[in-house]
Ligand binder design. Structure first.
Ligand SMILES: Cc1cc2nc3c(=O)[nH]c(=O)nc-3n(C[C@H](O)[C@H](O)[C@H](O)COP(=O)(O)OP(=O)(O)OC[C@H]3O[C@@H](n4cnc5c(N)ncnc54)[C@H](O)[C@@H]3O)c2cc1C
Length: 452
C-alpha cells in the first residue's frame, strides 16, 4: 500500500517549519522527534530563584530580520504583534582589559573606515597602519570558496581580523573564522570578495544599497522569547507530532520509505531529515554511502550558555549596550556576554540585570571537561573586571554540546553533491536544516519550508 504522507525527522525549527509548510498545503505529514520536547536548539524557561517573572531564552534570543523567513513564519503563527527589535544599544569588544565600542559602519563585523577603527582603540597603531595599507589594495576576485581568514586577513590585516572579525564570525558558531567557509558562513562577504577592487569601496556600496533597501530592524525577537515560536508550532501541528520517538533506521518500501522507530514501522512517501549530521549520516548510510560519509565528516562546536541574574545595583556598569565579545588570547573562558536586560525591552523589569554569558570554541573546548560549578565560578569572576559585578548572581546553566555545525570551505558544493546523489540513489529522502545551508533560524526556516 502506498502513502503520500511525508515523515519529518526532527522537531527543531527546520523540521517544524517543514511541517508548517506541509500543513499549510494540506498535505499529510508526521513529525518524529527523539527528545521529549520540541525545539531542538531553541529553548527557553524560567531562571529559578532569580525573582524574574518571565522566561528567558536558553540559546537563540533573536534572528536576522533582513532574511525574512523567520519573521514571516512568526506572522503566520499569529505572533506578528509580538515581534520586537533589540533596543539598538551598541556592542563592545573586551580587549587589553577594557571594553571598547565596536566600530561602525561594518559588514558582518568587517569595518572599512579608518576613522572608526582608529576611534575604537581596539587595534594598536601598527594594526591600524596595516589595516589602512590593505583596505584599498585591489585583490583578485574570489573564485569558488575559501575560508573567511584566507579572504580577509590579506585585506584588513591580522589585528583587525583577530580582534573584530573572528570574535563575531567565528563566535557565531563557536568556531574559528580561519576555518569557516566564507560562502556558507558569511555570504555577504563572499559576494564582496567576488568583486575586484578596493574592499572599502565594495563594502561602502553594499552598506549604501542595504540602507536604501532596508525597512525595519536588522534583528527581530519575540516578546517572551523564541520558545514561543516552538510553542505556537506545537499548537498548530501537535496532532501530527510524536516526541520521544527517534527514527532508528530507514528502509525502502517500493517507491516510498519505511521509518523504523521502537519496533514500529511508519510508512512514508517522502522523508525530510533534519536531525544533526552524524545522526542523519547513520540513517542514510545504507542507501546513500557518499552523502552519509560527507555528513559524517561534518564537525560540530560545543557551547555553554550561563544566564546570570542579579539586582542592577550590584553591578558598577550601567550596562549601556547590548554586550561584548572576547577575542582569543585575552585570558578568559568567556567568549561573549549579552546584556539581555539592556538588549531587549521584554527582559528589562527595571530592577534585574540579565547577563547571558557564553564559552566554547572548537579550538578552545576547555569548558567541556570542566566541572560545571567551575565554569560558572570562572565566568562569574570574569564579570568583575568587565562590568564591575559585586554581588552573587543566580546562575542557570545550559549546555549545548555538539550543537553548532562547522562549515569548512567547499561546504555548499558538498551540499549540492548530497542533494544530487540522494536524488539519484535514494529518491524521496531529503536532508536539510542547520547541517546543510545555514544555521541561523531564518536559514533553517527557509530550508525546512523549501524541502517541502
Ligand atoms: C547556543 C546557541 C545560540 C544560538 N543563537 C542563535 C541566534 O541568536 N540566532 C539564530 O538565528 N540562530 C542561533 N542559533 C542557531 C539556531 O538556533 C540553530 O542552528 C537552529 O535552531 C537549528 O535548527 P534545526 O532544526 O536545523 O536543528 P535542531 O534544532 O538541532 O533540531 C534537530 C532535531 O532533531 C532531533 N533528532 C535527533 N535525532 C533524531 C532522530 N533519530 N529521530 C528524530 N529526531 C531526532 C533533535 O532532538 C532535534 O530536536 C544558536 C544556536 C545555539 C546552540
Amino acid at each position: 500500500m502506498t502513502t503520500d504522507r511525508v515523515v519529518v525527522i526532527g522537531g527543531g525549527i527546520a523540521g517544524l517549519a517543514a511541517a508548517h509548510e506541509l500543513h499549510s498545503q494540506g498535505h499529510p505529514f508526521l513529525v518524529l522527534e527523539a527528545d521529549d520536547r520540541l525545539g531542538g536548539k531553541i529553548d527557553g524557561g524560567p531562571v529559578q530563584e532569580s525573582g524574574l517573572a518571565f522566561d528567558v531564552d536558553m540559546a537563540a534570543d533573536g534572528f536576522l530580520a533582513r532574511q525574512p523567513e523567520a519573521t514571516q513564519l512568526c506572522r503566520e503563527l499569529g505572533l506578528g504583534d509580538d515581534l520586537v527589535a533589540p533596543t539598538g544599544a551598541r556592542a563592545f569588544i573586551w580587549i587589553n582589559d577594557e571594553l571598547r565600542g565596536i566600530p561602525s559602519p561594518s559588514v558582518l563585523g568587517v569595518p572599512f573606515e579608518e576613522e572608526s577603527v582608529a576611534a575604537s582603540g581596539i587595534v594598536s597603531t601598527a594594526g591600524l597602519a596595516d589595516f589602512v595599507d590593505r583596505i584599498d589594495q585591489p585583490a583578485a576576485a574570489l573564485v569558488g570558496d575559501a575560508s573567511v581568514g584566507e579572504v580577509l586577513r590579506p585585506r584588513v590585516g591580522a589585528e583587525v581580523f583577530e580582534r573584530l572579525i573572528d570574535p563575531l564570525l567565528g563566535g557565531i558558531n563557536a568556531g574559528n573564522a580561519d576555518q569557516l567557509s566564507i560562502e556558507a558562513g558569511a555570504a555577504q562577504l563572499a559576494t564582496a570578495a567576488r568583486e575586484e577592487g578596493s574592499l572599502r569601496e565594495i563594502l561602502r556600496a553594499q552598506v549604501a544599497a542595504n540602507t536604501a533597501a532596508a525597512a525595519g530592524p536588522v534583528f527581530n525577537g519575540v516578546k517572551g522569547g523564541n520558545r514561543r515560536i516552538i510553542d505556537a508550532l506545537d499548537d498548530e501541528l501537535g496532532h501530527a507530532i510524536r516526541t520521544s520517538t527517534p527514527a532508528e533506521s530507514l528502509e525502502r518500501d517500493g517507491g516510498g520509505w519505511i521509518v523504523r522507530t521502537g519496533g514500529e514501522a511508519i510508512r512514508a512517501g517522502r522523508v525530510i531529515i533534519t536531525s544533526p549530521a552524524w545522526i542523519t549520516s547513520r540513517l542514510i548510510a545504507p542507501h546513500a554511502p557518499e552523502p552519509a560519509a560527507v555528513l559524517g565528516d561534518l564537525r560540530y562546536g560545543s557551547a555553554i550558555l550561563v544566564t546570570f541574574v542579579i539586582d542592577k545595583d550590584q553591578i558598577d556598569s550601567d550596562l549601556d549596550g547590548s554586550g561584548y565579545l572576547v577575542p582569543r588570547r585575552q585570558g578568559m573562558l568567556t567568549t561573549a556576554c549579552s546584556w539581555s536586560s539592556s538588549k531587549w525591552d521584554h527582559y528589562n523589569d527595571g530592577s534585574h540585570a540579565i547577563l547571558r554569558v557564553s564559552a566554547g570554541r572548537t579550538d578552545d573546548p576547555r569548558w567541556v571537561d570542566m566541572d560545571l560549578a567551575d565554569v560558572v565560578a570562572t565566568m562569574e569572576a570574569e564579570l568583575v573586571p568587565t562590568i564591575g559585578l559585586r554581588g552573587k548572581p543566580v546562575a542557570r546553566v545550559t549546555e549545548w554540546r555538539n550543537s553548532l555545525p562547522q562549515y569548512r570551505p567547499g561546504h555548499l558544493a558538498r551540499c549540492d553533491r548530497i542533494d544530487q546523489l540522494l536524488a539519484e540513489s535514494a529518491p524521496g529522502l531529503t536532508v536539510t536544516g542547520a547541517q546543510m545551508r545555514g544555521l541561523g533560524v531564518p536559514a533553517c526556516v527557509r530550508q525546512g519550508r523549501g524541502a517541502v
